[in-house]
Design a protein around this ligand. Structure first.
Ligand code: KIV
Length: 267
């Protein structure tokens, strides 16, 4: 089983792979495929619950999905997002909510969005022996402040601020930092400025690892951000399978002899 130490030790040696999952089947698939970290992201609000943003996601949503994902994992490290307002409002609540993700959702670590403003929260949760991952750049919980899901760190002063945020997160005890939606040169600079691993999504080639949203990279969603590579086209493949099933039910070719029970006695 992959531990926090294995992840930290990969820096400068081996790229770290992270993928989101929101249920048992997808967790199992990621685990069996050899993913290092399975992230139950609060992207679940948009990806599996159909919300416009991640802001509606609750701590109970995260526990429910995390518990299901954990059932599918044998080897991967389980990282779980703290949803909007479940941290930073009050330190006691933040620790309690992080604890809920560990005790009820079986998280091995929690992820928190934001830089300097989250430092006290990160410190306190780490003091409670819960590993914390930071998340900088295009932080989806800040969608209203950012005015949309937009690339961050374009201006020099913003970039410098983000480097300082990363250093502050490391000092506060974060074990890794997710960098989302930032220029490649900033991803590189941050990666060189901290001794903990950085894991990029739309942050270029030089981060210590990469993360993608599973349904995006599997090709379920037509519209995806520029930084998403679709490795297959599940929407068409699965859609074709469902259409074949409909056709066969309608024309009577399913079920045939192969898919039925027989008994010897007459009814
Ligand atoms: O919620 C999420 O899936 C994430 C990843 C995009 C990093 O935070």
């Amino acid at each position: 089983m992959i531990t926090i130490n294995d992840i930290i030790n990969k820096k400068n040696k081996e790229k770290i792979t992270m993928l989101t999952a929101y249920d048992y089947q997808m967790g199992k698939l990621a685990d069996e495929s050899g993913i290092d970290i399975v992230l139950v992201g609060d992207s679940l609000g948009m990806v599996v619950l159909g919300y416009e943003t991640t802001l509606e996601v609750t701590i109970d949503n995260m526990i429910y999905h995390s518990k299901a994902v954990k059932k599918g994992l044998k080897n991967s490290f389980l990282l779980v997002d703290m949803p909007f307002l479940s941290y930073n409002v009050d330190i006691k609540d933040s620790i309690y909510n992080a604890g809920q993700l560990v005790t009820k959702g079986f998280a091995q670590g929690v992820k928190i969005e934001g830089g300097k403003r989250t430092i006290e929260t990160v410190q306190k949760i780490v003091e409670m022996e819960i590993p914390v991952a930071g998340h900088l750049g295009l932080t989806p919980q800040s969608v209203n402040r950012m005015g949309g899901f937009k690339m961050q760190g374009k201006l020099k002063e913003d970039a410098i601020n983000m480097i300082e945020d990363a250093i502050a997160l490391e000092k506060a005890g974060a074990f890794c930092i997710v960098l989302e939606g930032i220029p490649e040169n900033l991803g590189k600079k941050i990666t060189e400025s901290v001794s903990i691993p950085t894991i990029g999504i739309g942050a270029g080639r030089y981060t210590d690892g990469q993360v993608l949203v599973n349904y995006d990279m599997l090709g379920f969603n037509e519209k995806v951000p520029k930084f998403v590579k679709k490795y297959t086209n599940s929407k068409n493949i699965l859609g074709d399978a469902i259409k074949s099933y409909i056709d066969e039910v309608k024309n009577g070719t399913f079920p045939n002899d192969d898919y039925k029970y027989n008994v010897d006695s007459d009814i």
